[in-house]
Design a protein around this ligand. Sequence first.
Ligand code: SF4
Ligand SMILES: [Zn+2]
Ligand SMILES: [Zn+2]
Length: 322
Amino acid sequence: MKCKACGGPAAINMRHHKLALCGEHYLEWVPQQVQRFIEKYQMFSPQDKLLVAVSGGKDSLSLWDVLLRLGYRADGVYIGLGIDGGVNYSDQSHEKIVQFMAKFWPQAKLHVVDVEQTYGMTIPELSLARRREAKPCSVCGLNKRHIMNRVAVEGGYTLVTGHNLDDEAAVLMQNTLRWQVGYLARQSPVLEATHPKFARKVKPLCRFYEREMAAYAIVRGIDYIYDECPHAEGATTLFYKTLLNQLETNSPGAKLSFYLEFLRARQEGLFQKAHDEVVLHECEYCGQPTSAPGLCSFCRIWDRGADAREPAGELGLPVAGG
Ligand code: SF4
Ligand SMILES: [Zn+2]
Ligand SMILES: [Zn+2]
């Protein structure tokens, strides 16, 4: 297989694009494509301040790298979840980010929010204490969303996440099989801020296959955390990813067209009604928008405010902030 640009040996073959490229031309092609999608979906302009949610994985580190290479003003945010899983997962993730910055972008700025230091418990501890669930994913997800949104709104940032095509297609499949129209209405490369305390959210990698981002990280020499979070095992999205990969093997490009045709239908207003029906309230405690009146789910899980099951002080949790 030869590089289409220079005829040298190809490092990656993308059957769905009928395109093979060598390492050097691949490192040029990825940022060009990212820039194309930024413009196509009107994600942001060079004047905007961007906040990249970095986890230490290939997608978020590659995305941050590409945005900085393209000259955008992109800072990072890392949330220390306190997940150990026998492999020191959170510490290792943080370490990868620090190494990445030292190697490529020593001037870049990283906001770090350590959940245990800030709120008093790690995510697995919080999940066990409040939900009696050993699997902390739902608690983790709501904490990440809340904290990232808070940091982005406070800093006047557009929030940028590294969701790739495999992530988006898996979520799409999950929501489609249950016809979750409310969720489908909100699945988009750009989520406008529908409230002053909601950050605008964008996903510049939504059209890149997972293996394309892994290839970018490897060719560029970005060392990332290879292992999934120890709690990801058995997650439903992984199951849908496997199904979609089988589909893709038989029919290259199936994943991409599944996603793109959904975006087209959405653009044509197929889910508009569900989108318009969402009414937002402000959380009584932290002020972040929430779909139900009273406390937001973040404040409820941290037992904040008048409706709290236990007073925050007794648990040594901070009563103000966030
Ligand atoms: S797998 Fe679950 S616990 Fe781990 S980072 Fe993802 S949501 Fe959080
Ligand atoms: Zn080449
Ligand atoms: Zn709240």
